[in-house]
Ligand binder design. Structure first.
Ligand SMILES: [Zn+2]
Length: 294
């Protein structure tokens, strides 16, 4: 089979043998790829391909897998950007790793998601503090997606959390799992903006008060600000508009970001039927931003 080229972000690296690794990548045109990278382990003296780093963005040349469940082979990797700024903040690093984790978990192989790829680049650039440079990529398509920061005194972890929620939402929408938030999934009655509603993870959406009374599955009450935020974000292409959505009170803003993060994380865990390893750490980092927390 002939070689294929694409651009990609490194989501995961796992050791395969003494001298090789399996690299899981999200590529722009070919979706998630799992490639055997011979000689990629750092300990080896002889390298056939340069060592890959987690969360870096580059150009990939690879030989596709021969069949289902098989690995493709990495032929060449040329780094474009390392997102070095991710190392400057614990929250940036953890949120980026969490994004890589959920992407690896939920995106199927051979299922291209160009929008998601773009969203991942935007997230990594934002977490790394490289927004200003981001507009140069791909004829400014990233620039269009950037939103102005809300206010100078908003803690960066909270800003990062909003970006992460935006990415979670893009991922969920892209794989077709976005819960229905604007109307009851049982009877179809519309939920008015500003109204709380019960949420049923099992049935994939909100449940109105009267339907909730008749149901047996566990329901959780979602307050209006979180539902409205998630809904507006879904309508605006999966991006949290931090300028519009920054509540005046910092404590409220943290609570809102946390509720949205945990809600979307739960949707993803249910879809994948497994836990996310980094979600608890991310939630802790967000919670810590609330005034008065230790
Ligand atoms: Zn109903």
């Amino acid at each position: 089979m002939s070689l294929v080229n694409d651009e990609a972000v490194v989501l995961r690296l796992s050791d395969f043998s003494e001298t090789s690794q399996v690299a899981t990548l999200l590529s722009r045109r070919h979706g998630k790829l799992r490639l055997l990278a011979k000689g990629a382990r750092r300990s080896t003296k002889e390298r056939f391909v340069p060592g890959l780093d987690l969360l870096e963005w580059g150009d990939v040349l690879y030989r596709p897998a021969r069949g289902d469940g098989q690995l493709g082979t990495l032929a060449e990797w040329k780094q474009r950007e390392l997102f070095l700024g991710l190392r400057d903040s614990l929250a940036a690093a953890q949120f980026a790793q969490y994004a890589a984790e959920i992407t690896t978990m939920l995106v199927a192989e051979d299922d291209p998601h160009a929008t998601l790829f773009e969203a991942l680049l935007t997230l990594l650039g934002g977490l790394a503090g490289e927004d200003a440079a981001g507009g140069q990529r791909d004829g400014g398509s990233l620039e269009r997606r950037q939103r102005p920061a809300s206010s100078a005194d908003t803690p960066s972890t909270l800003m990062f959390a909003r970006r992460l929620v935006g990415y979670q939402q893009t991922l969920i929408s892209e794989i077709g799992l976005m819960p229905q938030l604007d109307a009851c999934v049982a009877c179809g009655r519309e939920r008015a903006a500003g109204r709380a509603a019960y949420f049923s993870p099992k049935s994939g959406g909100v449940i109105c008060r009267s339907c909730a009374a008749e149901r047996g599955d566990r329901l959780r009450l979602m307050k209006a600000p979180a539902l409205d935020l998630l809904l507006r974000t879904a309508e605006s292409d999966g991006l949290v508009d931090s300028a519009e959505l920054a509540p005046v009170d910092l404590g409220d803003a943290v609570k809102l970001a946390l509720v949205c993060f945990e809600f979307l994380d739960e949707c993803m865990r249910r879809a994948a039927e497994r836990e996310t390893q980094l979600s608890a750490a991310c939630a802790r980092l967000i919670r810590r931003e609330a005034p008065g927390s230790p």
